[in-house]
Every structure is written in C-alpha cells, then in structure tokens.
Write a protein that binds this ligand. Structure first.
Ligand SMILES: [Zn+2]
Length: 434
C-alpha cells in the first residue's frame, strides 16, 4: 500500500514537503525547490543502535526549511532495528550493498534505497552513524586511536573516478571537518577525515552503502559521531553541524527554527508530537502514560500517523507498542470495535458554563468543569468518570469526579471522551484540565 502526504509550506519559493510510505517502508522526506536539480540525500538509521544519526536526520526533516536547491531525507532506513535498538536485527544492513540474497529480510529496503541513490538529481549522499571512540591519526590509548570511528567524516577514496561536481571527496571532507572543529563543545571532540581506501584495503566496506554510491559516481560520505559523547544532544549537535557544512559546500540555502546548541536540541529531542489513529483518535505523546487500556481500534487494519518522523508502531502479544526512534513511548491495549465513518465534524460541550462547538478528534481545555451536551446521536463515555448512566451527557464533570488511574497523561490532567453510535466507535476527543 502506498499513501502520499502533501504538506505545502509558504516561503519565498514554493517548497514541497512530501513523505512517501512505500511498501518497503522507506520513508523519504523531500524538501524541494523548482530552481535546481542539485540534491543532497541524507540517510539516517542504517544501524538501529546509533541514535545520533537518526535523531539528527529526523530534526533535519522536521525543523529545517530549504530555500534553494533540494534536500531529501530518509530518517529511519532500518526502522525495525531502530525499534529494537540493535545494529541490525537481520544482520548488518550496511554490508548488503554489493550483493543481497533472495529472501533476506532487508532486501527490499536495500534495493529501494539503491534506486533513490541512483536517481539523476542526487548530487551527494550522506550516511549517518555513531561510531566507537574518537578517531586520531596517532595511537593515544583505547579510545583515541586510528581504529576508532567516532568523530570522523569517512570517505572510501580521495576522489571519484570521473571528473565531476563534488567529486573531490578528500577536499570536501577536509573543509567540512575543519569548519566543524571551530565550533566544538569540548576540544577533544575534534573531527578527522578517515579514508578507508576501500577499493584496495577494506573488503568489508566494499559491501557498504557509500561504496555502492561512489562506484556509481555519486559522491558519498559517512558522518560518524562518537558513541562516547555523553548525551544524545551532543551527538545530534555534531551531526547537524556536519550536514549544515555539506549544505554550505553545495550552496543549499536553509533556515532552521532553533539555535543550534545543546539546550535547544535537548528540548526538541524531548518532544514526541502527536499520534493520529484512524482519523478518530489523536494522542499527545508528551507526558503520556506508559500503558493505556481499552483503546478503540479496528481488528483488521489501523492507520497510525505520527507528526514525528521517527514514530512507529510494533504489534507485540496483542498490544501496540509506540516508539519514537529507539525510545518506547507507550503501549496501547486495544478493544476492538467496528468503526463508523464520521459524518459530523463537531460536537457541543459546555466548558466552564459556556457553550462551545468543538472539533471531533481534538482536545478541549477546561478550568473548572465540562458537560457534554446531550445528543440522541451518540452514547458518550468519559473514561474515568463513574456513573450508572448509559451515556455520560448532561452532567457537569470536574477533575475531582475523575479517577486518576484513567488519565491519559502522567500529570492526571488529560481524559478521554469517547463517542459511540449504534454500538460502534465514532470518535475520541480529549478533555484537558488547565
Ligand atoms: Zn553505523
């Protein structure tokens, strides 16, 4: 199944921000301008236990505007390994680019990303990783040495075989790392260029994504931030610095909605956004409880739509586990219902004594109390409100009437208001006490 989401953003240029969910589940976010063919392709999450790379790719996809030329982002190439926080649940995906066996569970993803890399407009490819230690040309102990991968810009060879734009890999990597080294948080975080000289010296790397790209005359680099950096925000900081330097090399103009520093990255990384389910439930993942029961879902198929690029769902033992990247956010235990197609957009509710018309699937805000206006159309169930009434309409409900065990959030302020019609589920709204 393929579905395509279009978001139009107003800007100096028209920017198309398109997310494709193909059958292989390669998610591709395109930030596209009509003025040029030059395109940077950034790939996050080929290894599931390297969150610096995929959280950086996700912030790039969600918090940057591209004002000239094009940026394509694959935030979570190896999604199921990311959920598991493992390098590769089906083996090392980055060793499958020369040859991949029939029946290999990664085959479809590998073939899809190869096709994307080979598209005519792709001018340069970045593959994001977190690596061990801190790379140094001289041996300075177990962590700082020439075998470390952390804090490097990795190239497979000095330059591409043919003369072409961005083909001088070594020159570009040197410019990028020396510019990053002017902005270090700590001096020992300095980045170096690591040339694996893949063709002659590194058989394993001959199977990698970047080597596949360079042998097809696509300039490609790996960015490796150190697994030994103390926080995720520091890893993401260096990843984004590197990506921005590459955008400068390629003359891609961009804007971001935040200052690039640890504090702001910490804040962004703590935001998990919204999860829309079947267009009739909208869960705010901020402060959500680790476990929610009796979520009205469809027994056959459900559509989960996240505002966060790293949002994903895994079905485990009859529950739906919700992830943002490698972070488990909540587990939903379903109660299966037939779902009625919505015919109405709004319902009436008296909030703090005043009549309001509120959108279905939205959150309404309360200071003291609310009352769902009685309507013969729906049976209403306010989850956590105890009553003997068949439908919980026509009564004032305040925070004291609600059982904290049934709140959606850990702060016990957010409660579910569920609408049913003829025994079928219609919609869930949310009541939030300010
Ligand atoms: Zn890696």
């Amino acid at each position: 199944m393929i579905f395509i989401k279009f978001k139009l953003l107003a800007s100096l240029f028209i920017i198309f921000n398109i997310t494709l969910y193909a059958s292989s589940q390669v998610q591709l976010v395109k930030k596209q301008n009509s003025d040029s063919n030059t395109t940077l392709l950034v790939i996050g999450g080929i290894h599931g236990d390297e969150p610096g790379g995929y959280f950086a790719a996700s912030i790039l996809a969600s918090h940057y505007k591209v004002l000239s030329k094009n940026l394509w982002v694959v935030p979570d190439l190896n999604k199921f390994s990311i959920q598991a926080n493992q390098r590769g649940i089906n083996g090392d995906m980055n060793r499958k680019f020369s040859f991949v066996k029939d029946g290999d569970k990664d085959k479809e993803i590998v073939e899809d990303i190869k096709k994307i890399i080979l598209e005519d407009n792709i001018s340069l490819v970045l593959n994001l990783h977190d690596g061990n230690g801190f790379y140094r040309k001289e041996h300075q102990g177990n962590i700082f040495n020439p075998n470390s991968w952390g804090q490097t810009c990795v190239i497979d060879q000095n330059k591409l075989q043919q003369e072409q734009e961005f083909g001088n890999l070594d020159t570009i990597a040197s410019i990028v790392t020396s510019n990053i080294n002017k902005k270090l948080i700590k001096k020992h975080h300095s980045l170096g260029v690591k040339n694996t000289n893949t063709k002659f010296e590194d058989e394993a790397m001959q199977l990698s994504l970047t080597y596949f790209a360079v042998t097809n005359n696509k300039p490609a680099f790996a960015i490796e931030t150190s697994k030994h950096l103390p926080t995720l925000s520091q890893k993401v900081f260096y990843q984004l610095l590197a990506i921005e330097e590459f955008m400068k090399v390629m003359d891609i103009k961009y804007e971001r909605e935040f200052e690039l520093n640890e504090k702001e990255l910490d804040h962004i990384l703590s935001q998990h956004g919204l999860l829309n389910i079947n267009n009739n439930i909208s869960l705010n993942l901020h402060d959500i409880k680790p476990y929610l029961s009796y979520i009205p879902l469809n027994s056959t198929s459900n559509e989960f739509d996240f505002s966060h690029p790293l949002g994903s769902v895994k079905q485990i033992n009859g529950t739906f586990v919700v992830y943002i990247g490698n972070k488990k956010i909540t587990t939903l235990r379903p109660q299966y219902f037939d779902i009625v197609k919505k015919s109405e957009k709004k319902f009436d509710v008296i909030i703090d004594g005043k009549l309001n018309s509120v959108d279905f699937t939205s959150t309404f805000f309360i200071t003291d109390d609310f009352q769902i206006v009685d309507s013969s159309k729906f049976r209403v169930n306010v989850i956590g409100y105890r009553s003997n009434a068949l439908s919980e309409t026509g009564v004032d409900i305040n925070l004291k009437n609600l059982d904290k065990n049934f709140s959606v959030d850990k702060s016990h302020k957010l409660y579910r208001v569920e609408f049913y019609k003829d025994g079928k589920f219609y919609d869930m709204a949310m009541a939030y006490f300010k």
